[in-house]
Design a protein around this ligand. Structure first.
Ligand SMILES: Cc1ncc(COP(=O)(O)O)c(C=O)c1O
Length: 457
């Protein structure tokens, strides 16, 4: 015999999609007055997010979209720890220190100097902190010499990521940007030499530009600055933006000199969340020596327990990505990173070669040092790269088409960032989809119209 259940019991078993929330408008711009059951809220948010692209097919971003299940577990286990609470979570700080040590050595920090560093939210924060330190070092130097310290400038190419321009704007430093040309998308020492003077706080050099994946000639720029120091007494530091290349070069090109082996390289940033192989929210900044950060910009706070020095833009932040970075270092070691980065570079080379075989594209990153396939259309075609990338999106591939920075704005390119999870098999599928998409676009285009419409190059 069973007893008849009352209404309350029945509502406990209401299925998710039979609740009124799935038939009502979802609050979007004002916090709802009433609560809703957790399963309804979860499902509403979860279902809406299904409209996002598939991260595994996101070839637009450098940012990691896959980690091992053990890493996912560590991330979940540490998600509730505020990184800044060093007194409360001393082991997190210990792990942070170990990662900074490992990175400094990976970047060939001289053994007789005391490198220092910090985690950041990403390379943007790391770059801004690095450049701020150089601004204050320059200011202190000028003051000590009794010189005007009101007109700092910074020299870099238009091939930099937007965060460099943000730094110049936000922190009031004159931006001396070296323009690109239609057939030059990186900088060179001659162009740097024209712009530097005694008010130059720093020269920026990129190990893998966001636009084409090419690398600025860092060693040659260093040689120029060493000579300038000798001839004119201007000690101008280089900050290397190794956002993506910082985890490729040490493993695939160990003999390439781009890091602290070069005398004027005083600070380096790298994105843990790019080829460091952890999820978004991880950047690193390493200084060659502790004297490269002026003491007066390191703050000491004591409101969380013991006295703690901080050099960050943000105070609170998650701990999980610091833990995840350490997991990767232990798990992969140099052996694992070398194998993964070699695969990634080889798969990028393969994709680029096959695309060149079609005869339609020109490779803008021919050295393929970094696993970025950047191409433009060779001649006028019956389709544009914007149309091609739109067509590929129908199959789920997320690939951007965009123009290069000034003065190369007329060059329209398409960029594929090859990441760890982009296997040879995926490269073959993408190549086949590119063929199909081009055929469809050619068939759909009235002869010659697409190229005339958008002026393809
Ligand atoms: C060369 C370079 N520098 C800096 C950044 C900014 O990095 P983040 O997104 O980690 O702030 C990027 C991002 O793609 C980049 O490619």
């Amino acid at each position: 015999m069973h007893k008849k259940k009352n209404k309350q019991d029945l509502s406990d078993h209401t299925s998710t999609y039979s609740m009124r929330y799935s038939a009502e408008e979802v609050p979007k711009y004002e916090m709802p007055d009433k609560s809703m059951p957790s399963n309804a809220a979860y499902q509403l948010v979860h279902d809406e997010l299904n409209l996002d692209g598939n991260p595994s097919l996101n070839l637009a971003s450098f940012v990691t979209t896959w980690m091992e299940p053990e890493a996912d577990k560590l991330i979940a286990e540490n998600i509730n720890k505020n990184f800044i609470d060093h007194d409360e979570y001393p082991q997190i700080e210990m792990i942070h220190e170990r990662v900074v040590n490992m990175l400094a050595r990976l970047f060939n920090s001289p053994e007789d100097q005391t490198s220092v560093g910090t985690t950041t939210i990403g390379s943007s924060e790391a770059i801004m902190l690095g450049l701020l330190a150089h601004k204050w070092s320059w200011k202190n130097r000028m003051k000590a010499e009794g010189k005007d310290d009101s007109k700092p400038n910074i020299v870099y190419g238009a091939d930099v990521h937007v965060c460099w321009e943000k730094f110049a704007k936000y922190f009031d430093v004159e931006m001396r940007s070296i323009p690109m040309e239609e057939d030059r998308w990186i900088i060179n020492p001659e162009l740097v030499e024209e712009l530097i003077d005694e008010n130059t706080i720093c020269v920026g050099a990129i190990l893998g530009t966001t636009f084409t994946g090419q690398t600025d000639p860092i060693k040659e720029i260093n040689d120029l600055l060493v000579k300038v120091k000798k001839d004119k007494g201007w000690d101008i530091p280089i900050h290397v933006d190794g956002a993506s290349g910082g985890f490729i070069a040490p493993f695939v090109y160990p003999d390439l000199e781009w890091d602290f082996r070069l005398e004027q390289v005083k600070s380096i940033n790298v994105s843990g969340h790019k080829y460091g192989l952890v999820y978004p929210g991880s950047g690193w900044l390493v200084f060659r020596d502790e004297k490269d950060i002026p003491e007066d910009i390191v703050f000491k706070v004591n409101y969380l327990g013991g006295e703690m020095p901080t050099y960050t833009l943000n105070f609170s932040r998650g701990s999980s990505m610091v833990v995840a970075q350490y997991y990767n270092f232990l798990r992969l070691g140099k052996e694992g990173y070398t194998k993964i980065m070699t695969n990634v570079v080889n798969n990028a080379k393969y994709l680029a070669e096959k695309m060149m075989d079609t005869g339609l594209f020109e490779n803008l990153n021919p050295t393929q040092l970094l696993p970025v396939v950047a191409v433009k259309l060779k001649d006028k075609q019956d389709f544009t790269l914007y149309e091609l990338t739109d067509k590929l999106r129908e199959r789920g591939w997320i690939i951007p088409a965009y123009t290069l920075p000034p003065n190369a704005e007329k060059v329209i390119i398409m960029r594929v960032v090859v990441k760890e999870n982009f296997s040879r098999d995926m490269a073959d599928m993408l190549l086949s989809d590119i063929d199909v998409a081009i055929e469809k676009l050619k068939k759909a285009a009235p002869k010659g119209t697409a190229s005339k419409k958008k002026g393809v190059c």
